[in-house]
Ligand binder design. Sequence first.
Ligand SMILES: NC(=O)c1ccc[n+]([C@@H]2O[C@H](COP(=O)([O-])OP(=O)(O)OC[C@H]3O[C@@H](n4cnc5c(N)ncnc54)[C@H](OP(=O)(O)O)[C@@H]3O)[C@@H](O)[C@H]2O)c1
Length: 240
Amino acid sequence: MSGDLGGRVVVVTGATAGIGAATGRALVRAGASVVLGARRTERLDEIGAELGDAALTVEIDVRDPEAARHLIEAALGRFGHIDALVANAGIGAYGGIMDLSDGQLRDMIDTNVAGTVWPIRAVVPHFLEQGRGDIVIVASVAGLRGAGDEAVYAATKFAQVGLAGGLDRELRAEGIRVSTICPGGVATEFAMGAGRTPDMPGLARMLRAEDVAEAILTVLRQPETMRTLVWSMRSIHEED
Ligand SMILES: NC(=O)c1ccc[n+]([C@@H]2O[C@H](COP(=O)([O-])OP(=O)(O)OC[C@H]3O[C@@H](n4cnc5c(N)ncnc54)[C@H](OP(=O)(O)O)[C@@H]3O)[C@@H](O)[C@H]2O)c1
């Protein structure tokens, strides 16, 4: 497919739903090739069939460093190089510190923090060899300030913002740009059943996954001489 991102290869984690799936679709529309990683194989097959040859789907759990290395190796095997990694996979559980179980908290920390670190560690050697590359981390406005009823989630998102700040200092001179996208509420499956329902009228007033995908593409379209560190975005309707 022709488009201004033609020839680019972008790896996206958490690509079976929400922001990741919207980003995969937008990238292919813009001419890029995509490597889409997530756990649900049926959903991967569906989006792979929809996007055709421009997409490679890989079943991975971002909590596993070996799986993250497999994702990057599969991308290089198919397309030969990688221009960008969008570290998007994430989960959220709402509730007070004593309301959530040990397992829920561990899953959130492992997915959002370790699950961001492993794919980055897997791709950085390739970016260093290439002398360039983009890392875009999908964090949250919760990662810029505390959030009631989601303190541990916010902590994982602060961790992503901190990771990006450190990596920018570590890798900028090597030609690697590290950006953090921090959306407010986005109408996705995220948190359905834990504070949101698909028929909630408020969903129409939230950001759409496609809006966040456009922001990610904008970051990837920056001139080589420019970098975006943190991009915070909210729906026009979101008050606080
Ligand atoms: N929705 C919001 O209000 C909002 C706001 C700010 C920031 N964010 C952030 O945006 C990112 C995407 O969220 P979303 O709203 O698009 O959520 P979503 O619709 O629930 O999608 C989450 C994606 O992450 C994948 N995923 C979850 N755990 C995974 C794991 N262990 N390994 C691999 N993939 C995994 C899921 O795929 P599988 O289940 O198939 O693995 C799915 O594709 C998250 O980091 C979230 O924190 C969301």
